[in-house]
Design a protein around this ligand. Sequence first.
Ligand SMILES: [Zn+2]
Ligand SMILES: [Zn+2]
Length: 920
Amino acid sequence: MAVTAKTPQNPSRHPHLPNILPSKTHKLKTLKKFPHLLKNHQFSLRKPHEAAVLSTASSIDIRDPNSLIRHLCFHGQLRQALKHLESVQELRIPVEEETYIALVSHCEWQREGELGFRVYTCVLSEHARFGIRLGNALLSMFVKVTNLVDAWFVFGKMEERNVFSWNVLVGGYAKGGYFDEALNLYHRMLWAGVKPDVYTFPCILRTCGGVPDLGRGREVHVHVIRHGLGCEVDVVNALITMYVKCGDVGSARLVFDGMTKRDRISWNAMISGYFENGMCREGLELFFTMREVSVVPNLMTMTSVISACELLGDGRLGRVVHGYVARTEFGVDVSVGNSLIKLYSSVGYLEEAEMVFSRMEHKDVVSWTAMISGYEENGLPKKAVETYIRMELEGVMPDEVAIVSVLSACASLGFLDMGIKLHELAKRNGLVSYIIVANALIDLYSKCKCIDKALEVFLRIPRKDVISWTSIIIGLRINNRSLEALAFFRQMKLSLNPNYVTLVAALSACGRIGALMCGKEIHAHALRMGSGFDGILPNAILDMYARCGRMGPASNVFNTHKRDIFSWNILLMGYSQQGQGLLAAELFDRMTKSGVEPEEITFINLLRACSRSGMVTEGLEYFYRMKHKYCVVPNLKHYACVVDLLGRAGQLNDAYEFIQQMPMDPDPAIWGALLNSCRIHRQSELGQIAAQHILEMDELSVGYYTLLCNFYGGDGRWDEVARFRKMMRDKGLTVDPACSWVEVKGTVHAFLSGDDSHPQIQKINAVLEGFYEKMKETGGVGTESSSRNGVEDSKAEVFCGHSERKAIAFGLINTVPGMPISVTKNLYMCESCHNTVKFISKVVRREISVRDTENFHNFKDGVCSCGDEASWKTQLDEIELVKTYQQKQERKIGFLDFPTWEVLNKTVINWGNKTVISWG
Ligand SMILES: [Zn+2]
Ligand SMILES: [Zn+2]
């Protein structure tokens, strides 16, 4: 006999489908009530335990074994009953049909599929065909235990079938998701002349909605009317549901409006139908009508109404609904409370969310999760973590959503230890297999500067999605491993389509290492995908061009895209980086004339541009107008810009006086600006004061040590330089290994200082030696540096690494004469390198640009665009530009909250085996 199989055969193709005639309607309810009929049986007088005593095979009540079996069934002792049945059969005592029905019905009741199948085997040994009652019982049992194959065989062996038999089988197929089979069977039923009833239509309409198949649904609608069931509430409710599932909300509403009598289900079906089809307003209107006619909603209506308010982002309406639900019995329901918390936190009404949460008598994991993610999404990560800890104390186990929310909170707070604990917990509970958890872990480790841990998590994800890839690309980018970020980006594109966040991250990486060709490719890709205008992508493209020093394409993007304040700021940053104060001032003029209100960052870029172009009067004027005309309160960074502006121009005493008159306490960056100016203008006395202040406030930032060494080195005080170098060593401060990138024919090549593993290293060194020889011969600039003592060399090695020289030589070897070379560097360019590159640019007659962390140096014919003295500066960070992206909706892009200064100075990059990584 057939055994259970997962996929039932298509009934329409079954060879044994018999011709059947309609029989008398046998209502489902009769069978459902079957156990109650048994209750009146005489055997029920015997107590259950007595029956148990009798239940061994040797003590069968020979006089009435059938009654005994039914009695055992009735007392729930199904296994005993079955044993009896099998023994009785062995003894060849006839078993009554009624006994079989009792057994089968109880198997159905208790969902004992296996036992049911054993009874079925016994039935088969006695009967070749089944009567309608036994057949229906078997059919119903098999459908209930989802054994559709045997249900189908029973159906075939039935001598006669009634509408119940058909309903059961159609329902079985529909429930199992075999919609086509269910619909075929329905048509066979009609063809066999069986009149469908109130039970048939809801089932078949659900099937039409499940496909969904509006055409057949309409056909069934006609059948409903033809069979005179158009006024049966259950049937009409099913019609409404069918129409909304098929997306025809209009027809659903027509049916709804045409009802003479509606029940709660009708209202719910129509209201949730609107919601399901995204018509939240209409659904809510109907909900209020429902209340007017005093129909009481059920729990599902209430939760879906609250969710609709959330979808609409209508907190005010949410409050009204809350007020209503609070007065009903559902006010205390946990799922209603959970929906309310989600609603309130999604519209930013956190106080209300907290109130609902605190008033909930019973909180489940969903309630806690809703509150935690509510805090997290509303920028309150601390509260999210606190709530999570409370949840743990109450012994509630977090689910994957809770873990993700609290991991995200830890990431923004930099709570690495807690993050690691959560990682361990997720491993123990198997939650780490959820991709959202793994992605959140990548984000956490990246932001906590444990990029290797992030990579570990990433590599373990079996099926990485776009978010996994995007997270690791962002992670590599913010951990100063932009070249690898681009390699991952290229790998990702082989299997997945990047989204616009991925593109933003990749563009940012391009900007960091001057990968112009790669950036252009992404720009083209974005245009092809049609996402070139999405969100912050235009600004990211603009930023990439500006950082690569290509102000022409940057202006093009700027002029052709929709601009916001961030776009203006980025372009201003570009001009300030290139020391083009006049262009920056012009742009600022254009900006204010076009009605865009400048903000803090605008002025930082503008002041910096003035400072680098020696525009002291203009700079001071902007500083004044900033406060008095544009009502932007200057912060420490603006003051640092002004100190730099005055200091660079040699007005050192003015700068010092300016610091003393500041309305707030100066920070190390301000003293740093002064110190740097003192270095340029050889003002040792004032410089020492500045140095004193810096060391009092910050003795852990590598950047300030660079500055101090530069200052004392410039003054010839090598003993001091050596002292600071020792201090750094003692404090365990390390400078990132110097790395320079050069893009040749679309491929980025990285050169690390001290790494001689590059295949062309001999050629590169030969080229450089050639230049040094020539420099000596001409007695030109730069010769002095080579004659300096060892301290200078070691200083330069630590703070410059001279890696740009190798990158330039490589560019010269591998490109045609006359072609410009662009190099990007992760540290500052030293004076000696600056002089050397000036010399090279003159000899080879090529334009060479080097972008270090501070400046854009454009060398041409032995002259640098920075005006020589502007290089080797450290004090102003570049955090502002990064901040320009900080738009609320871009929260996902973690690196945008990242202070670049920290990244630049405190991160020790693990360069692994120091091999040259090529992207291409
Ligand atoms: Zn150098
Ligand atoms: Zn320069």
